[in-house]
Design a protein around this ligand. Structure first.
Ligand SMILES: O=P(O)(O)OC[C@H]1O[C@](O)(CO)[C@@H](O)[C@@H]1O
Length: 527
């Protein structure tokens, strides 16, 4: 069994701490030396992707220290325990099994006589069969007509991942003739969200997937009622238009008002659930089950790489450790995720939940305060839009923000135009290459207002094209990175108690059980 210790009790961490500002990245990335680093500091990922960390503040000495930290913190042993079914989620006393939804990495995990891998695969098959029947016109609306649109009702992990993945593959599916149904999403309890989505769809030909693991989330239940009301007012029978994705123990599972129910369980956290029915139902309906299966294959391939003890061959663990060095030794407060791909426009929002809900903690997995910083603030936008927005601060602001670029050689639609000797895709890629060097090397100017100090670290994940497989690999890469960082920080990355207090107070406001500031705010907002 691995031993769980706070980061600041590890000898390898003291060594790493002695390496603050060890690499001058502006120098390291200049001239021939820089060119060599770009060729050398690259690790293959799954599905033809590569993690290039040449512009990170590392060299052989830092990498060696990180490798020792990985060993002393027993990162691989902890990952093995996780996928073999240990109770890693100490706060909720649960196993953490999202890897099983895409691959069998270790021993079968059997709970109450049920093999969990078989259970997840069976639910994926149920979603696939349902989607195939909808596409074939075997499941139709009351008038016997085919459904054309699918709307997901869910929030947090029941929205962000599936929405990001849908947007990521919408154009790819159209270009590859696998686009089956348009998908839309309702998440916010703001009535304008549901009303606008409902106004944009043809209700009679729309399917609605209610997604809630707990089956108790206020926003989702409210939006489900909102949609049922709209269907009823349109003279339609809600139970002929709705299906559920939930856990077998949730209140939703007891209802017979759905066309079908696809199950998940408490061992897959919301923010890790895109690979379960939470993502599987909508993505199978939108693009066909084969596309969803390819996402799972890409994720499974990446998971295999994450089992490698050698940090130089394990891109997920390496990325995690470099992040720990940046956060705990270099003291950087945040990390930006910058995909140079419009298709990944919602991917940073998904990672924001995945990372910040997992590692935004100040007590360790035993409930004791930690004396070091943990998860960074995550934000991001697709390039080049971000360049014309917040990059000013990234280049010349007082904080250094480590950057995670993502870029692809080919566009998804392949529709392009050559203007002034370059295509739009070439312009996009030229910008990401330019930014990496500009951030790292800077440019001196006597006028300090125009001076770029450089020294701003970044990495890039590069691929041929964003496809279902490479998307799955990308998703798993970041999930595994977050998991390894949680291990290093000795956190329980799989609960989210920090979201509870606000929910409790909101209930009190709605029940008019308020006093003090809460009462005045309630009055101010006319509740
Ligand atoms: O799927 P559910 O149970 O509706 O939960 C939705 C989201 O709410 C949270 O619990 C946070 O409030 C997330 O972790 C989760 O993804």
């Amino acid at each position: 069994m691995a031993t769980w210790k706070n980061l600041d009790t590890l000898a390898s961490y003291s060594k790493l701490n002695g390496l603050k500002d060890h690499v001058n990245i502006a120098e390291a990335m200049s001239g021939e030396q820089g060119a060599e680093r770009v060729k050398k500091y690259s690790v293959p990922m799954a599905a033809g992707l590569a993690y290039n960390y040449a512009a990170k503040e590392v060299d052989e000495t830092v990498l060696d220290a990180l490798s020792k930290l990985a060993d002393e913190a027993e990162l691989i042993e902890k990952f093995q325990e996780l996928y073999n079914g240990a109770v890693i989620n100490t706060g909720e006393k649960r196993m953490v099994l999202h890897h099983l939804a895409r691959t069998q990495l270790g021993e079968p995990v059997v709970v109450d006589g049920v093999d969990k891998r078989e259970f997840y695969v069976a639910q994926q098959k149920k979603a696939a069969d349902f989607a195939n029947k909808v596409h074939a016109g075997e499941i139709t609306n009351e008038a016997g007509e085919k459904f054309t649109t699918v709307v997901q009702i869910g929030i947090g992990g029941s929205d962000l991942g599936p929405r990001a993945l849908y947007i990521a593959l919408e154009n790819w599916a159209k270009a590859n003739n696998t686009f089956k149904m348009e998908a839309k999403f309702i998440s916010n309890v703001d009535p304008d969200d549901a009303a606008a989505v409902l106004a944009s769809v043809d209700l009679a030909h729309s399917l609605f997937i209610v997604v809630s693991k707990s089956g108790t989330t206020l926003e989702t239940l409210t939006n489900e009622a909102f949609v049922k009301d709209a269907l009823t007012k349109a003279g339609l029978n809600p139970s002929r238009h709705m299906l559920a994705v939930t856990s077998e123990t949730s209140p939703l599972a007891k209802s017979d008002e759905y066309l079908t129910a696809i199950f998940m369980d408490d061992y897959i956290g919301g923010r890790y659930s895109s690979v379960s029915g939470v993502g599987g139902a909508i993505l199978s309906l939108a693009f066909g089950p084969e596309v969803f299966a390819d996402i799972l294959d890409g994720a499974a391939e990446e998971d295999k790489l994450a089992t490698n003890k050698n940090i130089l061959e394990n891109p997920d663990m390496l990325d995690a450790l470099i992040g720990v060095y940046e956060r705990n030794v270099q003291g950087y407060p945040s990390t930006a995720v910058l995909p140079y791909s419009q298709a990944l426009s919602r991917f940073p929002a998904h990672l924001q939940q995945c990372d910040m809900e997992s590692n935004g903690k100040s007590v360790n997995r035993f409930g004791e305060p930690v004396d070091y910083v943990t998860g960074p603030v995550i934000f991001g936008e697709p390039g080049t839009n971000g360049q014309h927005s917040f990059y000013q601060l990234l280049h010349q602001g007082t904080n250094i923000v480590p950057l995670q670029f993502i870029g692809f050689k080919k566009s998804q639609l392949g529709v392009d135009v050559d203007i002034e000797n370059s295509t739009s895709q070439q312009k996009l890629c030229a910008n990401v290459a330019a930014q990496i060097v500009a951030f790292a090397c800077g440019k001196e100017d006597e006028n300090l207002n125009k001076n770029f100090k450089g020294g701003r670290p970044s990495s890039i994940i590069v691929g041929e094209e964003l496809t279902p497989k490479s998307l799955g690999a990308l998703l798993a890469h970041f999930e595994n990175k977050i998991m390894f960082q949680g291990f290093v920080w000795n956190l329980n990355s799989f609960d989210q108690e920090g979201v509870q207090l606000g929910k409790v107070l909101a209930k009190r406001v709605l029940a008019h059980d308020t006093d003090g500031a809460l009462k005045v705010y309630s009055d101010l907002l006319d509740i």
